[in-house]
Design a protein around this ligand. Structure first.
Ligand SMILES: NC(=O)c1ccc[n+]([C@@H]2O[C@H](COP(=O)([O-])OP(=O)(O)OC[C@H]3O[C@@H](n4cnc5c(N)ncnc54)[C@H](OP(=O)(O)O)[C@@H]3O)[C@@H](O)[C@H]2O)c1
Length: 255
């Protein structure tokens, strides 16, 4: 058995039209899985699927909004109808909102929590029966180092990612008996569109670098190995775990 091979597996990666989701989708496909990429914008999603297909990878598009229950359920049902199986779910789609505490409104809070936390719970609920029937299941959520340490202004983000780390553990407890593992990956600072505004501020980029053991921001492709590991046979006995990929930011005191 090849420990890291995903040959014969079908994966759904949400929020895969760019950024970390795209990088993880590419890594899973390179490891042999058929990967369904998800996102809302049809053009961006189509472009992402084409880029991977042009490399000879086995991919498809699953366009839906993870926060809309009917779309979410139809999306999963369509994959199961087309592929007959769904072995790996990477719940990665997420959004951000930054405001000082006094300016937060309820709709902004709800938008972030819906996308980052609630949608992951109901996606897991939707895919679990098929994984149980197949006797193989890998659920991987993208949390964040803000699921471990707090940061000002991004209150709903910190709360949703901390909640998602907890959900990782409660789902692991319930689904283990069905040979379904549930883990999360907590990225540190990666160069993606979500961080465009932060990346434009050279002083901020340098300040962050000085707090990271590896002294640099990460490239999206540097998350791929963690996703392949948790999705593969190699991680068969790893569940309820949050794998931190942050260049040492939360584990070291850099000076
Ligand atoms: N970048 C980092 O440094 C970092 C660090 C820690 C954690 N994370 C987490 O990693 C994940 C990906 O972040 P990223 O930086 O790659 O973000 P990004 O560049 O903004 O990409 C977000 C992706 O999610 C999709 N998306 C957003 N809302 C969606 C929805 N409601 N339904 C379906 N798809 C949706 C977007 O496509 P559409 O807009 O077309 O839907 C896009 O494909 C997020 O959960 C984020 O919180 C990122």
């Amino acid at each position: 058995m090849q420990l890291f091979s995903l040959k014969g597996r079908t994966a759904l990666v949400t929020g895969a039209s760019r950024g970390l989701g795209f990088a993880m989708a590419q890594a899973l496909a390179e490891a042999g899985a058929h990967v369904m990429l998800n996102g809302r914008d049809a053009r961006t999603l189509g472009g992402a699927v084409d880029r991977l297909a042009d490399k000879g990878l086995s991919v498809g598009a699953a366009r839906f909004d993870v926060t809309v229950a009917a779309e979410r359920e139809a999306g999963v049902a369509q994959i199961l109808a087309e592929r007959g199986r769904l072995d790996i779910l990477v719940g990665n789609a997420g959004v951000q909102h930054r405001s000082p505490l006094a300016e937060w409104r309820e709709e902004e809070w709800a938008r972030v929590v819906d996308a980052n936390l609630t949608s992951c719970f109901f996606l897991a609920k939707a895919v679990a029966p098929a994984m149980r029937d197949n006797g193989y299941g890998r659920i991987v959520f993208t949390t964040s180092i803000t699921g471990i340490i707090g940061r000002e202004t991004i209150h709903a983000y910190v709360a949703s990612k901390t909640g998602l780390a907890g959900l990782t553990r409660s789902l692991a407890a319930e689904l283990g008996r069905d040979a379904i593992t549930v883990n999360s990956i907590a990225p540190g600072y990666f160069k993606t569109e979500m961080n465009e505004r932060l990346l434009a501020d050279t002083a901020f980029v340098e300040k962050i670098n000085s707090r990271i053991a590896l002294r640099r921001w990460a490239e999206p492709r540097e998350l791929g190995g963690a996703a392949v590991f948790l999705a593969s046979e190699a991680a068969a006995y790893v569940t309820g775990h949050q794998l931190v990929v942050d260049g040492g930011m939360t584990s070291t005191l850099t000076m």
